[in-house]
Ligand binder design. Structure first.
Ligand SMILES: *Cc1c(COP(=O)(O)O)cnc(C)c1O
Length: 394
């Protein structure tokens, strides 16, 4: 008998979601927008310490709005982390702009300040600076914000912080997602909290956030009839889903704690294996450990990432390769790319060696043990060794 599937990062409801849904049903406030949307926006803004928050129907929509607000248009360039999900960069294409991909650095797996400086320096010399830099916080880990902000400020380029994966994380005690001119969160089904699908744009710019609300509701001018002067979108969050989000926000801290505990259990069980290295946590930052990620040196461990992913699949466990860098994607084959150093391509190396393990906050210890055992058994089978899972230590 195969065990029930262990998912990478499934939704984890608290039980209070139905209360908010019931309230909305009782008052027939199914749409449009409504009190849950207003409250969810205020609660998120207060939680992360931003002046304004606009609830939208996806994290991708939030990135698209941020680019629109910065007037990114055809022929413009936008710099973006290369090691990320395609949704970070797709909105650049929606605007007809050109992405330039920036490599990672080893300590955070996020945007390399060295590569960014080189890219901006060359762009300045050519007189073609980007309209924005999209900085991603991978798997919950904040990028090197101090260094990156310093470089962007020097050239006067606004930052969009893609905190889709890092909601609940901090950098020097300040909420992840609040470091750029705009920050975005995602409440997609696989994220640390979910509204089944949704996102949030946050910023301290009151005036442009009014513009964000306008663009996200079909850009209706104030007139007694339907009048439109610019292209708008239908991007707002439903009042029902905002209710789910409010209940989820109540339990965010416990979700972060749970994911960090799962990271610790994997770490204690697997970190001593030869060639295994866990994703670091930069000093002064706290990661929500959205997904536990680690790298495997095949020449030392005796198995490849692909072998582990396959044997997990056979055991009905969903493990995944680390994101394939966007500069290697067929979609972006013509885009420019700046590596960390001349001969260090960090994101490519992380893609070759990186794996994400199931990290859902509702995973049982038994399920975590299944993942650990599967990992160790795969290594033992390949190497004819007998590493074992020292359960008493974790
Ligand atoms: C999930 C994700 C997004 C997109 O969010 P959606 O709500 O799914 O549109 C953007 N960037 C990153 C890094 C993500 O992981």
């Amino acid at each position: 008998m195969v065990n029930p599937k262990i998912y990478l990062s499934p939704p984890h409801m608290s039980g209070r979601e139905q209360y908010y849904l019931m309230e909305a049903f009782k008052s027939n406030w199914i749409a449009p927008l409504g009190p849950n949307v207003d409250a969810f926006e205020n609660e998120i803004a207060a939680y992360v310490g931003a002046i304004e928050a606009v609830a939208v129907n996806s994290g991708t929509a939030a990135i698209h709005l941020a680019l629109s607000l910065l007037s990114v248009t055809k022929g413009d360039k936008v710099f973006c982390s290369t090691l990320t999900f395609v949704a970070s960069a797709n909105p650049i294409l929606y605007q007809g702009a050109e992405p330039v991909f920036i490599d990672s650095e080893p300590d955070t797996w996020n945007m390399s300040p060295t590569a960014l400086r080189k890219a901006l320096n060359e762009a300045a010399l050519k007189g073609k600076l980007p309209k924005a830099v999209i900085i991603v916080n991978l798997y919950g880990q904040s990028a090197r914000m101090d260094e990156l902000q310093l470089i962007c400020n020097y050239y006067g380029i606004p930052i969009i912080e893609d905190a889709a994966e890092s909601f609940g994380s901090t950098y020097k005690d300040k909420a992840s997602g609040t470091f750029g001119k705009y920050g975005i969160y995602s409440f997609n089904g696989n994220k640390i909290i979910t509204t089944s699908g949704g996102g949030m744009l946050v910023s301290d710019e009151k005036e442009t956030m009014r513009q964000a609300r306008y663009l996200a509701t079909q850009a209706r001018d104030s007139a007694p009839y339907y009048q439109h002067s610019v292209v708008g979108y239908n991007y707002r969050m439903s009042n029902l889903l905002a209710g789910v989000g409010r209940a989820q926000l109540h339990v965010l801290e416990s979700r972060v704690d749970a994911r960090r505990r799962i990271f610790d259990r994997y770490y204690h069980a697997l970190a001593d294996l030869p060639g295994v290295n866990f994703m670091p946590e930069l000093a002064g930052t706290r990661s929500n450990r959205w997904l536990t990620a680690l790298t495997i040196r095949e020449e030392k461990l005796g198995v490849s990432v692909r072998q582990i992913v396959e044997s997990m699949n056979k055991a009905n466990i969903e493990a995944r390769h680390v994101w394939k860098p966007l500069h290697l994607q067929p979609l972006f084959k013509d885009a420019a790319y700046y590596s960390h150093t001349e001969d260090e391509h960090i994101a490519e190396d992380l893609f070759q060696t990186g794996i994400c393990l199931p990290s859902g906050s509702n995973m049982t210890e038994k399920e975590q043990n299944s993942v650990i055992n599967c990992f160790i058994n795969t290594v033992n089978d390949a190497k004819k060794t007998i590493y074992y899972f020292r359960k008493h230590e974790v």
